[in-house]
Design a protein around this ligand. Structure first.
Ligand SMILES: *[C@@H]1O[C@H](CO)[C@@H](O)[C@H](O)[C@H]1NC(C)=O
Ligand SMILES: *[C@@H]1O[C@H](CO)[C@@H](O)[C@H](O)[C@H]1NC(C)=O
Ligand SMILES: *[C@@H]1O[C@H](CO)[C@@H](O)[C@H](O)[C@H]1NC(C)=O
Ligand SMILES: *[C@@H]1O[C@H](CO)[C@@H](O)[C@H](O)[C@H]1NC(C)=O
Ligand SMILES: *[C@@H]1O[C@H](CO)[C@@H](O)[C@H](O)[C@H]1NC(C)=O
Ligand SMILES: *[C@@H]1O[C@H](CO)[C@@H](O)[C@H](O)[C@H]1NC(C)=O
Ligand SMILES: CC(=O)N[C@H]1CO[C@H](CO)[C@@H](O)[C@@H]1O
Length: 924
């Protein structure tokens, strides 16, 4: 938000935006809290005085600003000098900061616009002394002579640049004299300086600026000389020009996949709120990817966990603004987008391999009411033979919403239900919230008693137990930054597992969410709860609907640790599940932070049963693919509100292609599981789940590649077609891996859908009929029982006969589908193991096969094998795009029967080949 907006509060926000009705809350200051303490007002006044005094000092040094200097700065290059919300910026206030004040026209129908208060070219910044060579790169000293208008400028900074790999440079700016908070992320250390970097790093000395260029193209990727650097204790800001407007990432937000640079501000601060545009949401991912002109890509990661903002403007330029920690940047040079995301994950860690069953269909709702009713649904699903691998429960299974308890009346049969799931090769996942009920007589609630005894809860700044309020009423909050808390959490999970042998855990409310602001006793009035600059967080202040930011945790204050809460809880949960079950953990977390994928997946939060919520889920998926969290999905058919049969069918069709596929509903609303609908709807849902189950060997292999090297699973089209600019804004279609294109229907009342097909041959997944696209949008039939799925030329997919759970389908025979390229080639692979043991790849306990078609010959090559592959038969090969009808087909040199259809589909059935042996099939 800019000064501009503040002057025009009477104009409705963002007119012309279809969702204007649901957004005003985000940037609004909740004055009740703000005005609550008189002290606070005094503090505010005092800091106002400070600003004024500093302004006067500055002013007296600089005297006059020739207005032309201000007016001559192009509007798009005006960097906001007054980002504070809730203040009407006048010329006087602005000039006190030593900034330019120029009024510009408000763009019609848009709340944000060119800032009226912006930095002049000579606004004081840091200057850089000489640089010294180090083993890994260079270091230099940055000094500031003039104070800024924020308290506690740090006058001496150390800049270090490390050439970590040929495609990665690490730029770190810290306080040169005393240590500051740094995010405890285990980044693998690099010992040797890169030899042939594809980038150059240059500096402007006074004012300081960093310039990073791509060596091959000369494109300037980073240029921070456009605006002054700030590094005060609680206000750090750096701006850069961007080489193009194609910017992605920067989550968690609800927005188009391709960000708008029309004066947009994105806020980062973990927050429990139903997804709304322009709000800070559950997770924090300060990483962006830019497509440069020409198809190269680069990425930038700011490793910082403090409340933060990124301001985007059409220069194109980007401003990072954070209120603590250090400036710790990793820059990734790609050069293609797949490589950028891989390089990012080399820093934050590769995602965990999920258990095979975790890729099956999950069913959940809040408000089944009883375990018997939950069980009835499971039985009905089996009855209709609708694939289901996992049943979940929301908080209604608990006794008084307390963690690690079961409602003895309503959920008395839960242990038996879970046993029954296991007997059917199915699995069980239940919710846990971090808040631990604190209102029980001593001796009556172990988690609380024991937590208190061990001192593992978060304290107030005065050192007393911090009490907030969540579902069970008053609660204490475990401090997951403390290793003792991990042990206590493990013991709790273990005790509960003895009662209810769950298989995975859903960790919710871990922003952490609090129904109170701060705590039962409010918060301190100090600089941690009310910092000099508050980013545009929802609620207007940091402790809004979470705990006090001044709260004490064992490794730091909550101010620094807040957005890491979900990550740290997931880490504790994953290690506990490994100890308890000895198998791969399955965890879905609401709050996330970089490196989350190592421990958990994510769902996109409490979305509504509306068409537009379904549409938003695709950019959500694609963004989390960028963030290294491939196990991602939205609540199918929507969480809150009432779904319609048509919406739910379309959403089940799309959701069958979410990497993590769960239908979840809230209480009271009508049921939305597949059996709740008409026979026709039920059949459509069953069929699309069967399509998913058929594709699971392919999906599982994609997850292997994600785990191995950070490949994406749900993939944006431009990752595969980086030179096709038409793909850059596509977020209504997506790929699985490199070769499966999903084109869902996202609007009501449709029997067709328009999708974009990048240049090349695309085959209908179901029939093998092909279209030779010149890079065009095509309209396709899409009756209510059909989702369009296409195979890219050159792809080989391993598919498996579906069944009503993966425990059965995993043993079924394979059908290999090869989609030939123009040159009649194709390639594919298969990773196969027992689906749940720990570290199978790392221990070598897996099979890996490569499939290849050249010169009318399909070859399966076993590159690594274990016993698992020998359980699987290959039953059929189907080849799409065989232009001439073959006269003969041989399997391992022996004549075999086949069929050939006019749409150029060759099928060879009844193969009976063991997967563990290589084979060849030839047609001539
Ligand atoms: C650079 O090296 C010189 C000479 O050893 C030393 O005095 C100076 O402090 C170094 N500067 C930095 C930023 O490390
Ligand atoms: C960096 O940006 C500044 C300010 O816009 C400009 O003067 C300078 O030429 C740019 N440097 C490069 C290498 O593009
Ligand atoms: C659940 O079902 C069991 C077995 O049919 C029955 O004994 C029990 O009373 C039921 N519980 C509830 C709460 O309905
Ligand atoms: C919180 O207070 C308890 C009880 O005084 C103490 O044992 C614990 O160490 C404190 N924790 C932190 C992080 O200060
Ligand atoms: C597909 O179209 C391209 C031209 O766009 C052409 O060169 C190619 O031969 C066509 N391929 C097939 C299989 O029709
Ligand atoms: C496919 O097989 C051919 C012939 O053996 C080989 O030249 C080609 O490299 C293989 N392609 C892949 C991707 O393995
Ligand atoms: C399906 C849906 O609406 N998904 C949205 C839910 O909210 C997240 C934000 O947490 C968005 O990113 C999703 O697009």
């Amino acid at each position: 938000m800019t000064s501009y907006q503040k002057l025009n509060t009477s104009v409705p926000p963002e007119a012309g935006d279809e969702a204007a009705d649901e957004k005003p809350l985000c940037h609004q200051k909740l004055s009740a809290w703000w005005l609550g303490g008189g002290l606070l007002m005094v503090a505010a006044l005092l800091s106002g005085v400070t600003v004024w005094v500093l302004g006067q000092i500055w002013w007296s040094q600089h005297k006059v600003f020739p207005l032309p200097k201000c007016a001559s700065i192009p509007e798009n290059l005006r960097f906001d000098c007054y980002p504070e919300r809730g203040t009407v910026v006048t010329r006087e206030l602005c000039e006190k900061r030593g900034c330019c004040f120029v009024e510009t026209d408000r763009p019609i129908g848009r709340a944000r616009g060119v800032p009226w208060c912006f930095y002049p070219p000579d606004f004081p910044s840091y200057s850089l002394g000489s640089m010294n060579e180090t083993q890994m790169g260079m270091v230099g000293l940055l000094t500031r002579q003039t104070k800024t208008y924020y308290p506690s400028d740090i006058e001496k900074l150390q800049l270090s640049v490390e050439f970590e790999t040929d495609t990665r440079v690490h730029v770190k700016i810290i306080d040169a004299t005393s240590p500051r908070y740094e995010v405890p992320l285990d980044v693998p250390r690099v010992a040797k300086r890169a030899e042939n970097p594809v980038y150059t790093v240059e500096f402007s000395k006074d004012p300081f600026g960093l310039i990073v260029k791509r060596r091959t193209s000369g494109v300037v990727l980073i240029n921070t000389t456009v605006a002054p650097l700030f590094f005060a204790d609680q206000f750090l800001q750096i701006s850069t020009l961007l080489p193009s407007t194609f910017l992605y990432g920067l989550g968690e937000h609800r927005s188009n996949f391709l960000h708008s640079l029309e004066w947009t501000t994105l806020t980062f601060w973990a927050r429990d709120v139903p997804p709304m545009e322009s709000c800070n949401l559950y997770g924090v991912h300060p990483f962006y990817l830019v497509m440069e002109n020409g198809g190269d890509a680069h990425g930038v990661f700011l490793l910082n966990s403090n409340a933060m903002e990124v301001a985007l403007q059409p220069a194109p330029a980007l401003t990072w603004r954070t209120i603590g920690g250090i400036l710790d940047f990793y820059i990734f040079l790609g050069p293609d987008p797949n490589l950028v995301v891989q390089q990012y994950q080399q820093v934050i860690g590769f995602p965990a391999m999920p258990p095979f069953w975790g890729l099956g269909f999950h069913l959940c709702r809040w408000g089944y009411g009883t375990s018997n009713e939950t069980w009835e649904i499971i039985k009905a699903m089996r009855n209709y033979q609708i694939p289901q691998d996992v049943q979940w429960n929301d908080i209604d299974y608990m006794d008084g919403y307390r963690d690690f308890t079961v409602d003895p009346q309503k959920f008395g049969t839960l242990p038996q239900m879970v046993e029954d799931l296991h007997k059917h090769g199915q699995h069980y996942v239940m919710i846990l919230d971090p808040g631990i009920s604190s209102t029980h007589p001593p001796g009556s609630y172990w988690p609380y008693d024991e937590g208190l005894k061990r001192g593992i809860f978060i304290n107030t700044t005065q050192g007393k137990l911090l009490i907030g309020k969540v579902w069970p009423g008053l609660t204490a909050f475990p401090d997951f930054s403390n290793p003792n808390t991990h042990q206590w959490w493990l013991e709790n999970l273990n005790r509960f597992h003895a009662l209810v042998p769950f298989d995975g855990v859903w960790i919710d409310m871990n922003e952490p969410s609090n129904f109170m602001d701060g705590s039962q006793e409010g918060c301190s009035q100090g600089e941690l709860d009310s910092p000099p600059y508050v980013p545009a967080v929802m609620g207007g202040f940091l402790p809004a609907k979470t705990i006090c930011t001044s709260a004490r945790q064992s490794t730091s204050v909550h101010y620094n640790l807040h957005s890491l809460y979900g990550l740290m809880e997931a880490k504790a949960t994953a290690s506990a599940l490994i100890k308890i079950r000895g198998k791969r953990p399955f965890i879905i977390s609401r709050s996330t932070f970089p490196s989350q994928g190592k421990y958990s997946g994510h769902w996109l939060g409490d979305n509504r049963s509306e068409w537009k919520d379904m549409i938003w889920s695709i950019p959500g998926l694609l963004s989390f693919s960028l963030f290294g969290v491939p196990l991602i999905g939205a609540d199918i058919c929507g969480f809150s509100g009432s779904t319609s049969e048509e919406l739910c069918i379309r959403w089940m069709q799309l959701g069958a292609f979410y990497p993590f596929t769960r239908n979840h509903n809230t209480q009271i609303e009508k049921a939305q599981d597949p059996i709740a609908f008409s026979p026709a709807a039920r059949t459509a849902m069953k069929e699309v789940l069967e399509t998913r189950y058929a594709l699971l060997p392919f999906l599982y292999s994609l997850f292997h590649r994600a785990h191995l090297q950070g490949d994406t699973v749900a993939r944006p089209l431009f990752f595969e077609f980086p030179k096709d600019v038409a793909t850059y804004s596509i977020d209504k279609q997506f790929l699985w891996g490199r070769g499966l294109l999903v084109t869902p229907v996202l609007d009501p009342g449709m029997d067709s859908v328009i999708g974009y097909f990048p240049r090349g041959i695309w085959y209908d997944y179901y029939t093998g009929s092909s279209v030779n696209s010149s890079g065009e949008s095509l309209k396709m039939a899409a009756p209510l029982d059909h989702i369009n799925v296409h195979l890219r030329e050159g792809t080989i997919l391993p598919t498996q006969k579906p069944a009503s759970s993966t425990s059965v389908s995993r043993r079924n025979p394979l059908r290999l589908i090869a989609a030939l390229s123009q040159n009649a080639n194709a390639w594919g692979d298969l990773f196969w193991d027992d689906g749940e043991s720990l570290d199978t790849f790392e221990k070598g306990d897996y099979s890996y096969l490569v499939f290849n078609v050249t010169q009318n010959t399909f070859i399966s090559t076993v590159l690594h094998s274990n016993v698992e592959a020998s359980y699987i038969m290959v039953e059929a090969l189907t080849v799409y795009g065989v232009r001439d009808e073959p006269k003969r087909v041989t399997v391992n040199g022996k004549e075999a029967p086949f069929s050939y259809l006019k749409n150029q589909v060759l099928s060879v059935n009844n193969l009976q080949l063991n997967l563990s042996h290589g084979f060849s099939i030839r047609w001539m």
